[in-house]
Ligand binder design. Structure first.
Ligand code: NAD
Length: 406
C-alpha cells in the first residue's frame, strides 16, 4: 500500500506510541499529538507504568537514531479547538488514528468530577477533531478507538455496529443498542453517535474500532531500544486484566478475580492492535460511511484468563494462587456473550493467540522489571456503588488523597 500522512492522537500512550513507530516503519509519514494528561492522571493516582518511560521528545529522538525515520510532534489538548484546527490545517492528514481519550472505566467511576472529566475530555475532544476535519481535510479518514464495552453483555449476539430490526411489520437497520459498563464506556457511546451523525450529514469517512481488552508488553519496535518501551500498566485504575495477572503472578501475590469470575470479555494482543489500525488505514471507509469493526481476537472469562496465566507462570517456576474478591463493579455474571469479529479477519487480520510463547514474552518482561512492581496500587478501591451518596458533594479539582487530609 502507498505511503500516507497519518496523524496519531494520543501518541504518548500505551497503544499510540507503538502504533506511531509501527506505521513509521511501514513507510508512512507519521505525526503524533498528545498533551501528556495521562502522566498527570497517573501522578494523581500514585501509579507508574512498569517500565520507566522517557519523555515523548526523547523517544522520538531515539526512534530517529535507530530507524532513520522522523515522527513530528504536536503538543496540545484536543479539547482546545484552536490547537486542533491548527494541527489539522498544518499537517493535512490522510488518516487520523484517534486514541487520545481518558481510557479507564474505574477512573471514570471515582466520583462526579472524574465522570465529568472523562466525558468532557473524550466527547469534546472528538467533536473538535470532527469539526477540524471538516475545516481542513474533509476527505480524510478518521479511525476512532471505541471499545467492546460499549455493547455491554446483551442477551443476544453482538453484531458489528448495526442491528437489523423488524417492528410492527416494518424493517430498518439501526445502530446496535448499547448497554455500557461505566461512564468511560458511555463516553465512547456518545462519540459513536456523534460520528454516525457526522458521516450521515457531512459525508465523513469514519471507522469505529470497538476494541477488546489489549494485553502485551512489547511490539517489534519497542524491543529495538530500552527507551522505546511503552507504558505497560498493571494498577487497578489503568491496568488491564491480563497485564495485571502477569504482574501478580511474577510478584507472588494471588491473581485477584472480581466476583465469581464468570464475566466474559474479548481480548487481543497489542501487536494485533497495530495490525488492525494498519488494515483500517489501508482500507478507508467510503465518504458518508460510519463503519464499525469489532476489534478482538479471542474471548475468555476472567476465570479462564487467570487459569491461562497460572499455567504459563508455572512453567517459569512460579506458584500462582487465584483468589476471588468482592466485585467492586456492577456487572453481570454467568451471562451470554457472543460478539462477531469477521470484518477485520476478512480484511486479512491473522490473529495472534494466547500461546505460551506470548505469555513468555509478557512474563519475561515483567520479571525483568520486578523490582519496580508496587503492590499497593493493584487491589481495587474504586467502587461502582458508593456506601453513601457522594454524588455532588465536591467540586473536586481539589483532591484529598487518602491519609493526607488534615
Ligand atoms: N488499552 C486497552 O486495553 C484499550 C481497550 C479498548 C479501547 N482502548 C482505547 O484505545 C485508546 C488508547 O488506549 P491506551 O491504553 O493507549 O490509553 P493511554 O491512556 O495509554 O493513551 C491515551 C493518550 O491520549 C492522551 N490524551 C488523552 N486525552 C487527551 C487530550 N484531551 N488531548 C491530547 N492528548 C490526550 C493521553 O495523554 C495518553 O497519552 C483509548 O481511547 C482507549 O479508550 C484501549
Amino acid at each position: 500500500m502507498g505511503s500516507k500522512k497519518v496523524l496519531i492522537l494520543g501518541g504518548d500512550g500505551y497503544l499510540g506510541w507503538p502504533t506511531a513507530m509501527y506505521l513509521s516503519e511501514q513507510g508512512h509519514e507519521v505525526a503524533v499529538v498528545d498533551n501528556f494528561i495521562k502522566r498527570q492522571w497517573q501522578a494523581e493516582k500514585g501509579t507508574e507504568p512498569l517500565m520507566p518511560i522517557s519523555t515523548l521528545h526523547e523517544r522520538i529522538k531515539v526512534w530517529k537514531e535507530v530507524s532513520g525515520k522522523s515522527i513530528e510532534l504536536f503538543v496540545g489538548n484536543l479539547t482546545n479547538h484552536r490547537f486542533v484546527y491548527s494541527v489539522f490545517s498544518k499537517f493535512q492528514p490522510d488518516s487520523i488514528i484517534h486514541y487520545a481519550e481518558q481510557p479507564s472505566a474505574p477512573f471514570s467511576m471515582i466520583d462526579r468530577h472524574h465522570a465529568v472529566l472523562t466525558q468532557t475530555n473524550n466527547v469534546v475532544g472528538t467533536l473538535n477533531v470532527m469539526f477540524a476535519m471538516q475545516h481542513s481535510c474533509p476527505n480524510a479518514h478518521l479511525i476512532k478507538l471505541g471499545t467492546m464495552g460499549e455493547y455491554g453483555t446483551p442477551n443476544i449476539d453482538i453484531e458489528e455496529g448495526y442491528l437489523d430490526v423488524e417492528h410492527n411489520g416494518r424493517k430498518d437497520k439501526v445502530l446496535f443498542p448499547k448497554k455500557p459498563f461505566s461512564f468511560y464506556h458511555l463516553s465512547k457511546v456518545h462519540d459513536s453517535h456523534n460520528l454516525y451523525f457526522a458521516a450521515q450529514v457531512w459525508g465523513m469517512r469514519v471507522t469505529d474500532l470497538n476494541q477488546g481488552v489489549v494485553y502485551g508488553a512489547d511490539t517489534d519496535e519497542t524491543r529495538r531500544h530500552e527507551k522505546l518501551v511503552t507504558s505497560f500498566h498493571y494498577d487497578e485504575v489503568f491496568g488491564t486484566a491480563l497485564n495485571r495477572f502477569c504482574v501478580q503472578a511474577v510478584e507472588g501475590v494471588p491473581l485477584t478475580i472480581y466476583g465469581d469470575g464468570t464475566q466474559t470479555r474479548s481480548f487481543l494482543n497489542i501487536r494485533d492492535t497495530l495490525k488492525c489500525v494498519e488494515i483500517a488505514v489501508d482500507n478507508p471507509a467510503d465518504a458518508g460511511e460510519f463503519r464499525v469493526f469489532n476489534q478482538f481476537t479471542e474471548i475468555f472469562s476472567m476465570n479462564e484468563l487467570a487459569l491461562h496465566v497460572q499455567e504459563a507462570a508455572k512453567k517459569h517456576g512460579y506458584k500462582v494462587e487465584i483468589k476471588a474478591i468482592k466485585n467492586p463493579r456492577v456487572e453481570k455474571s454467568n451471562h451470554y456473550y457472543k460478539p462477531t469479529n469477521s470484518s477485520l479477519l476478512s480484511l486479512g487480520l491473522d490473529p495472534i493467540h494466547l500461546s505460551d510463547a506470548l505469555f513468555d514474552d509478557v512474563l519475561a518482561r515483567v520479571k525483568e522489571f520486578k523490582h519496580r512492581i508496587n503492590t499497593d496500587v493493584i487491589y481495587p478501591t474504586v467502587k461502582w456503588q458508593h456506601d453513601t451518596n457522594k454524588a455532588d458533594d465536591s467540586d473536586s479539582d481539589l483532591m484529598v488523597v487518602e491519609g493526607t487530609a488534615a
